[in-house]
Design a protein around this ligand. Structure first.
Ligand SMILES: C[S@@+](CC[C@H](N)C(=O)[O-])C[C@H]1O[C@@H](n2cnc3c(N)ncnc32)[C@H](O)[C@@H]1O
Length: 307
């Protein structure tokens, strides 16, 4: 599993830029365009939330948990509708922002939640956080299956029979390369073109400590002991569009943000690690892995059928 410092390397490092680009409580997971790319990003995020509310039967008064709630966009949206919405998040910058903004969010590792932590919930959601459950090392040690089995048991323990769980996650797609062919940490980031294996090396640097499930089966199979699938669909094309929207938002002019960019210049000039971090973003490996179908993305509504 990605630990706090690995998550901070991505999420907390970009905290201020993110909030100045996508809003104080911005959403940072794939929106739901369902192929209609004339929609605004906000409308597509709202469409996703309406889909989840319906799929998970979330109404005023429902007690729900959002695992890995980011900057709290969904928790905020539901709270305003009278839902008893709770969130947990491990990246420190995100937790601090959520708490400062008055959301019922706890800074903690979701792995440690038991029914004693907050009691049970009527519904649970996780958008993007299942991507960080297994690290490269754990995959190498053959622990991935056990990790996802444990995770689904943990989520099931938080729900009654009939309770719904919405899971949205990147997974490896049909063109995923062989693990043995990835030369971790050896890619020259300043090249212009990258092989699929090199993109995988770069993406593992962008999201340290994170190795994805293989296909939707990598989620559905370990869940099947406790959950039946209510609905499942691919969000790969929607994710490609969402990434284009984020890129536009990150580069859009905002004086405070541009002053912040300017304050990075000394780091850029003198800190090799920082230069590498910036370069990784510029390469947009996250976009290319989707266009090349190395990655897929699934949105699954589960219903608990057994303890
Ligand atoms: C792709 S982001 C999605 C954020 C949010 N769900 C959204 O849709 O805007 C994944 C989130 O999972 C959180 N996360 C990853 N592993 C976690 C863990 N073990 N415990 C709590 N949060 C975790 C990260 O901090 C990050 O906020």
């Amino acid at each position: 599993m990605a630990n706090q410092s690995e998550l901070d390397d991505h999420y907390t490092r970009m905290d201020k830029i993110f909030r100045l680009s996508l809003g104080e409580k911005g959403a940072y997971s794939c929106a739901r365009f369902d192929g209609d790319f004339s929609m605004t990003t906000e409308a597509a995020q709202l469409k996703k939330y309406q889909f989840i509310e319906e799929g998970c039967k979330i109404k005023k008064g429902t007690k729900m948990l959002d695992i890995g709630c980011g900057w709290g966009h969904f928790v905020d949206y539901l709270t305003k509708k009278g839902v008893d919405a709770h969130g947990v998040v491990l990246a420190k910058g995100q937790a601090d922002a959520c708490i400062k903004n008055g959301l019922k969010v706890k800074h903690m590792d979701s792995k440690l939640i038991t029914p004693e932590t907050f009691g049970k919930f009527d519904a649970v959601t996780a958008m993007g956080s299942p991507e960080h459950l297994c690290s490269v090392e754990q995959y190498r040690e053959g622990k991935q299956e056990m990790i996802y089995n444990t995770y689904f048991k943990q989520v099931a323990d938080l729900l009654p029979i009939g309770g719904r769980y919405y899971c949205q996650s990147m997974v490896f797609g049909p063109k995923m390369v062989k693990f043995e062919d990835i030369k971790f940490g050896q890619t020259d980031l300043w090249k212009k073109e990258f092989t699929d294996e090199e993109l995988m090396d770069i993406i593992c640097e962008v999201f340290p400590g994170s190795w994805l499930p293989y296909g939707k089966e990598g989620l559905i199979n370990p869940a099947s002991k406790y959950f039946k699938v209510v609905s499942v669909d691919s969000g790969r094309l929607d994710y490609i569009e969402t990434i284009h929207r984020w890129t536009a938002a990150f580069t859009a002019f905002n004086l405070q943000k541009y002053l912040l960019f300017a304050s990075f210049v000394p780091d850029y000039l003198f800190d090799k690690t920082f230069r590498r971090w910036m370069r990784r973003f510029k390469i947009q490996a996250n976009l290319h892995v989707f266009t090349r179908e190395i990655f897929e993305h699934y949105r699954i509504v589960f219903e608990k059928v057994s303890d």
